[in-house]
Design a protein around this ligand. Structure first.
Ligand code: GRF
Length: 221
């Protein structure tokens, strides 16, 4: 076995959610079946009562709510969130449907150990309503991209991208459902590469096995 990021120990992850947590579930499943050599130390949600917290509870993972509405500013929320995350000593922080824009201070603090999944073929369509925008543009393909997070919204270097054909008559919801199935495959895979020490962010680039990746990252197939 190759020497991983944390030697023989499992890497520690903290997962941030705001909703259903189906991506969180893919991490729980992958860590349970051994395809991801990591332990989820905590799940943090900025929303009360979301299904992702039930998934965490079922898997005996501590689930914590930090409601952004309890803070006076974005800066204050992010500072408290960062402290909470650090208290779990994570090797990697996973944004899994965490619907908050993060301050540059927060991102800088976790730079190189903060990942996100975005439902588009980045660098196309940062921001919201990605599937509708792909349909409206008449694109033949849509998809999802795992990327390292930098202060620019959905602008960090791409790691792994799944491409899904847009079918005639697809609604945004149809497309989102098909893409989500791929998200569950590519996100734990990218995290596993990181945990193995094969994937790093260096000088603003995603580097896999010593080679800088291009603007779309690795294409999943
Ligand atoms: C996913 O589509 C993800 O790409 C986006 O938010 C959604 C989260 O879904 N960032 P879930 O909460 O993981 O089910």
């Amino acid at each position: 076995m190759t020497q991983g990021l944390t030697g023989n120990k499992k890497a520690r992850l903290v997962v941030l959610i705001s909703g259903g947590g189906s991506n969180l579930q893919s991490f729980i499943d992958a860590s349970e079946n051994g395809s991801l050599n990591a332990e989820i130390a905590a799940v943090i949600s900025n929303k009360v009562g979301v299904a992702g917290l039930e998934r965490a509870a079922k898997a005996d993972i501590p689930g914590i709510v930090m409601d952004h509405r309890a803070f006076d500013s974005r800066q204050e929320f992010d500072e408290n969130l960062a402290e909470l995350i650090e208290s779990f000593n994570p090797d990697l922080v996973i944004l899994a449907g965490f619907m908050r824009i993060l301050t540059p201070d927060f991102v800088t603090r976790f730079l190189g150990r903060l990942m996100n999944i975005h439902p588009s073929l980045l660098p196309a369509y940062p921001g919201l309503h990605t599937h509708q925008r792909a349909i409206d543009a008449g694109d033949s393909e849509a998809g999802a991209t795992v990327h390292f997070v930098t202060p620019e919204l959905d602008g960090g270097p791409s790691v792994l991208q799944a491409r899904v054909a847009v079918e005639t008559g697809d609604s945004a919801a149809d497309l989102a459902a098909r893409v989500l199935g791929y998200e569950h495959q590519i996100y734990p895979q990218a995290a596993q590469w990181f945990c193995q020490g094969r994937l790093v962010m260096q000088e603003g680039l995603a580097v896999m096995d010593g080679e800088a990746l291009g603007e779309n990252g690795i294409i999943f197939n």
